[in-house]
Write a protein that binds this ligand. Structure first.
Ligand code: NAP
Ligand code: G4F
Length: 327
């Protein structure tokens, strides 16, 4: 079989790191787009990296940015990937209310720039788009591939735009392009300002005597939280299918933020009521109240099913953060 070559945008993020790990294990050569930064931003993939002079090196990193379309063309021409996984985004919903224009540029137009770079470079790669359950927004659960999009944030609106651009390039140019509509997925590598990781890191710090209070916003919102490495596997499966299509990836269960808090504090033998306080600064102008995904299509077509559910995920994350601090 010919060498499989993947290009991953967002390789330094939670999902990019798990996906890179899995693709390297499968024998792929992996290229990643990274942003130039004055400090290193590669902590999640450092364990995978070998000096490019090493004959065993199969992971290569390239500077670039989703706001720079011409760079995306030159990179595709140089790397000639067989598969492109587009995970790069301004991915924080609350931040998108403060920076709506920037979020539209990176999370929305960034997808168009990459699709257009594929079209003009004529590189015949399969394309994965990191679509999101946020796109369903106010549509009541359960949400499957046919549920209406009702975005409730600039982030979600940018993702809906990207979703339709992917559909358009599939229909207009015959691109093998898939939207993975992934529900929330978490891990010990989750960004520290998303609610699950904020909670589990705070618990570790409280247990270590480094912090006393955890400030949170809305505890009533419900999410369908799965385990990130399993969701990276679903991305790969989509690009191995016979036909390009769009898939919901989810556990089919939901818990409130308050449930997550209670389970996490209980697992650490701490009383959450002594430590959790409300701060309105973490509320959003419009909220997504309830997400529960129906991943029947992913099970039937891709053979994918969630293995790890929220209560177990809570334990994995609390244990990892406590181990990190030795608490
Ligand atoms: P993440 O940890 O926030 O990672 C985002 C990645 O995008 C990082 O590598 C970041 O680089 C990169 N990035 C941001 N702006 C960029 C730009 N202008 N140019 C190039 N790269 C840029 O996100 P994640 O949780 O891994 O999620 C991956 C993707 O799935 C995102 O598109 C997200 O919106 C989507 N998604 C996530 C979930 C979830 O629950 N995790 C659910 C549905 C969809 P730096 O490291 O330099 O910041
Ligand atoms: O952890 P969150 O910030 O994730 P959110 O908004 O659901 O978005 C994540 O999942 C999406 C998939 O549905 C992705 F597309 C997106 O990129 C991102 O990965 O917030 C979860 C819930 C919200 O209802 C929020 O209002 O937690 C609530 N919350 C309460 N207190 C908080 C806080 N969220 C954060 N980040 N920080 C708080 O202090």
């Amino acid at each position: 079989m010919s060498q499989q070559v993947a290009l991953i945008t967002g390789i330094t993020g939670q999902d990019g790191s798990y996906l890179a790990e899995q693709l390297l294990d499968k024998g792929y050569v992996v290229h990643g787009l990274i942003r130039r930064s004055s400090t290193f931003n590669t902590a999640r993939i450092d364990h995978l990296y070998l000096d490019p002079h090493d004959p065993d090196a199969r992971l290569f990193l390239h500077y670039g940015d989703l706001t720079d379309g011409s760079r995306l063309v030159t990179l595709l021409e140089r790397v000639e990937p067989t598969e492109v996984y587009h995970l790069g985004a301004q991915s924080h919903v609350r931040v998108s209310f403060d920076e709506p224009e920037f979020t539209g540029d990176v999370t929305g137009l960034g997808t168009t720039r990459l699709l257009e770079a594929l079209r003009v470079s004529k590189v015949p790669a399969r394309f994965y788009q990191a679509s999101s359950s946020e796109m369903f927004g106010a549509t009541p659960p359960p949400q499957n591939e046919n549920a209406f999009f009702y975005p409730r944030s600039p982030y979600a609106a940018a993702k809906v735009y990207s979703y339709w651009m992917v559909r358009n390039y599939r229909e207009a140019y015959g691109l093998f392009a898939c939207n993975g509509i992934l529900f929330n997925h978490e891990s010990p590598r989750r960004g520290e300002t998303f609610v699950t990781r904020k909670i589990t890191m705070a618990i570790a710090r409280i247990a270590a005597g480094l912090q006393d209070v955890l400030y949170l916003g809305n505890l009533e919102a419900r999410r369908d939280w799965g385990y990130a490495p399993e969701y990276a596997d679903a991305m790969w499966r989509m690009l191995q299918a016979d036909e390009p299509a769009d898939y919901v990836v989810a556990t089919g269960t939901s818990y409130s933020v308050g449930d997550f808090v209670r389970m996490a504090f209980e697992h650490a033998d701490l009383d959450w009521e002594k430590h959790v306080k409300f701060d309105p600064r973490y509320l959003r102008p419009t909220e997504v109240d309830d997400l529960i995904g129906d991943a029947t299509k992913a099970k039937d077509v891709l053979g994918w099913q969630a293995q790890t559910f929220t209560p177990e995920l809570v334990k994995i994350m609390v244990d990892a953060d406590r181990a990190r601090l030795g608490a």
